[in-house]
Design a protein around this ligand. Structure first.
Ligand code: FA5
Length: 339
């Protein structure tokens, strides 16, 4: 009987070696150790033996059964591992594969120059201040010495949201806000987007960027403004740029000036970007009007100051030789990818 069981074990060992999947293994298990198997029949026949024989053969038969179970167990494990390995190989992710490559964006040239200017001004001790684009009529006009029905409102036709709120037409809306928030002495720049109801052409957009600057201190005069601006312009262009100063009019400065730069697109000969004048208006400014200093809760007898409103978009056009301002809003990737 023991011999028969050993023979069966040997057969099982031989068959199991070549099995390649779990289904075949379970089928062999059923066939060799299941209820109807020869192995089971032999085990059942143990009951016909005498007690002595049972005592002798029983444990041996049990041991053989355990050994066969172990053989099946380790084969089961082997097949499961193989299955996992095959799955892992199939699911392997190649991290070096360049699929779904998204194009990296880049900074808009206006943002780039804004950041450069911020660094230049920070180096001169200016702080950077930000404020609302949807602004009260008061800060955009009235506090700047432009009451309702003042003709200067025509120079900056805007989009009224209601009677009190407008899309700001100039970053000057932050002059009084900054004075009220920080007091004096004050040295601050305010870059940002502004909006105007404009007839559009190569150098006029409805949405563009300005960079405002305000300095309030004792004994500030025009030479402070002009020398600061010449320094900033030469730094941003990395060379000397010819500028000229003319009188300008803004109700919130007295006196008011315009600092123009020689058109870098045509070199001063005249082109559509400079309206054939050879000069580009990018830098109006002046000494802050006493009424504005008062609106900023400061004493105009004690403090004076200068302010300027750099046309940031136009400055970018000059630096990169962009001849049409409408390209910035065109949404054409070929334009933006050049920078
Ligand atoms: C102003 O906006 C004043 N707030 C500037 C100022 C500040 C004066 C502080 C005095 C003291 P102006 O309307 O000229 O000024 O605009 C300033 C600059 O913005 C212009 O020189 C020009 O470069 C730019 N600019 C004006 N209108 C447009 C437009 N439609 N499209 C693009 N740039 C414009």
């Amino acid at each position: 009987m023991v011999e028969k069981l050993k023979k069966l074990k040997e057969n099982i060992e031989n068959q199991i070696k070549d099995l390649k999947n779990k289904e075949d293994l379970e089928a062999l298990y059923k066939e060799t150790l299941g209820k109807k198997s020869d192995f089971n029949k032999i085990l059942r026949s143990l009951s016909d033996l005498s007690i002595e024989e049972k005592k002798e053969i029983g444990p041996i038969a049990n041991e053989i059964k355990n050994e066969i179970n172990k053989i099946f167990g380790s084969k089961r494990l082997e097949l499961e591992n193989e299955e996992i390995n095959i799955k892992l190989k199939k699911d392997k992710i190649d991290l070096t594969l360049d699929i779904n490559k998204e194009e990296a964006g880049s900074l808009n040239p206006i943002t780039k120059i804004q950041y450069e200017l911020e660094e230049i001004f920070k180096g001169m001790g200016f702080a950077i201040y930000d404020g609302p684009e949807l602004e009260l009529d008061y800060y955009n006009f009235e506090s700047l010495n432009i009451p309702k029905h003042h003709p200067a409102r025509d120079m900056q036709d805007t989009f009224y949201i209601n009677k009190e709120q407008v899309l700001r037409t100039q970053t000057s809306n932050l002059q009084v806000r900054a004075m009220r928030e920080f007091g004096a002495p004050l040295k601050v720049i305010m870059p940002g987007k502004v909006y105007r109801n404009e007839d559009l052409d190569a150098c006029h957009e409805h949405t563009f960027h300005q960079l405002e600057g305000v300095v309030i201190d004792k004994n500030i005069n025009l030479s402070h403004l002009i020398s600061t601006m010449n320094l900033v312009i030469s730094k941003i262009f990395n060379r000397e740029i010819e500028t000229r100063v003319r009188p300008g009019y803004f109700p919130f400065v007295e006196p008011g000036i315009e600092i123009d730069i020689k058109c870098t697109i045509c070199g001063g000969k005249g082109c559509p970007s400079c309206k054939n004048t050879g000069w580009l208006e990018i830098l109006p400014g002046g000494l802050v009007h006493p009424n504005v200093i008062k609106a900023g809760d400061l004493d105009p007898e004690e403090y004076s100051g200068f302010a300027f409103g750099l046309g940031l978009t136009r400055l970018v056009m000059m630096r990169y030789g962009i001849s049409d301002i409408r390209d910035f809003m065109s949404g054409d990737l070929r334009f933006i990818k050049q920078f």
